[in-house]
Design a protein around this ligand. Sequence first.
Ligand SMILES: Cc1cc2nc3c(=O)[nH]c(=O)nc-3n(C[C@H](O)[C@H](O)[C@H](O)COP(=O)(O)OP(=O)(O)OC[C@H]3O[C@@H](n4cnc5c(N)ncnc54)[C@H](O)[C@@H]3O)c2cc1C
Length: 488
Amino acid sequence: MGLTAGLVAPHLFSSCKKEKIVPTINYNGSIAIIGAGAAGLYAADILSSKGLKVTVLEASSRFGGRIRSFSANDITNNNATAAYLYNNAYTPLNDFPIELGGDIIYGSDSSLGNITQILSVPLIDLGTATDNYFLGGQVNNASGWQGDSDFQAVQNFVSTLNGNTSNASIQSAAGVSTRAQSLLNSEASNLYGSTYDLVSASGVGGELHLRQHDTKRLTVKSNTLQDILLSRFSNAIKLVLFNTAVTSIDYSGEKINITDKNGKQYQVDKAIVTVPLTILQGGDIAFTPSLPSINTAAAQKFGMDPCFRMIIDFKKNFWGSNSGFLWGGSFGPQYMNGGYNRGTFNSTLVVTAYGQPALHLSQQPGLTAVNLILNELDSLYPDTSGNYPGLASKWVIRQTIFNNGVPQETDPVVTSYDWLKEPYIRGGISYPLVGSTHQDRISLGTNVNNRIFFAGEATDISGDAGTISGALNSADRATKELIQSITA
Ligand SMILES: Cc1cc2nc3c(=O)[nH]c(=O)nc-3n(C[C@H](O)[C@H](O)[C@H](O)COP(=O)(O)OP(=O)(O)OC[C@H]3O[C@@H](n4cnc5c(N)ncnc54)[C@H](O)[C@@H]3O)c2cc1C
């Protein structure tokens, strides 16, 4: 796979580059890292750059985990996974990177923001766009909604979410009118991984409060996030054993015995587990002895719900070319103007749903999920000519078939990805359930006897859980603990 334009040869950016003087650590033991997502790759990069013996065991056939950029390879391989649903025989039409998973950089000076700066990757600031809001079947921007008390109630809640201490769900804590419920769910819950009846107000509020970076929201202009990972972590990627799903970790003896699904065994001295929360909760990996209750009890304090991504191409932008996000949808709780400042030929909406709306989309047969989204947009953007149910149906790009030489437009061209069906991910992002505390995040990532360490976005304690930067921060924390256990 070639790199997208602008990225310099990968090895130049690794922590292992020869000209960089990195103090090595005298340690003969070996370390296994489970999972080659952002957390696993960063952990491998840090440890191997210090001269430590590292192997990364990855269940799937690719690196990146929940960072997954659409590539030509995906088109040919799409039948291998049930996660792709529609029209996968067709190349997406976008002239900018398509991200099936993580796509927004939260914080220009966050861990991910810093990587894009080091690599001089051109970025787009979504803060310069104008957001639009659906309310009571109407759509408008913030100034258009000025004076609407329901709109204002949601914005007041969103603006005070940072530091919120209410030990209730977002829905109860906000207490907005029936008319404003979808908008609240969209702006204050879906963004954090589930629906507003499940996400804890103090959980999100506390995490936002801990964040050490600015609140900018950025996207990458022309490179893919997968290429950025490849550039930054090329040496770590060489340490990955793919198709190696770990099924058991036995740490009862002097060495840690790890077994994969093919029965192959690996003997190591220390391990860093970076698998998603669902995999830990689901018991995919049998630990001997069982993990301490401090970890297992904490794992129940967080959710990781279904997640559905849909990318729809239109011939014309009918929602406003300066729009960033469209908030307030029910079937599609988050619409992002994917082409903002980067698409030239088409206009694209990127739909992201977590929790119940994602499950609903996931369960629809055939093109029903696409039609639910198009219907929602049609009702908000009516076609005044009366020829179409609405502007979404009018402008969506459709496949063309030739019937006796006559072109006929058929199904919409849509790319979608159902993260629930990805066997080694099975959901979107971790989020704090009502009743959880910051201490639970700390407990979740507490290492076991300085031998089994935990990283991955769910174990981030810096306020960035649920994000790529959170995954990177957790790797930083876990590797520091591991190095300390060797050098102390
Ligand atoms: C649709 C979607 C949109 C998102 N949007 C954003 C966004 O805009 N901005 C942002 O910052 N974040 C976003 N995120 C979240 C972000 O992608 C994740 O927080 C981050 O990528 C998680 O990295 P990780 O290393 O913790 O876990 P993962 O990337 O999940 O990596 C874990 C790895 O472990 C592997 N694994 C699982 N089980 C086993 C096993 N038994 N043995 C070996 N390996 C195993 C998996 O295959 C996977 O590769 C989004 C996520 C999704 C799904």
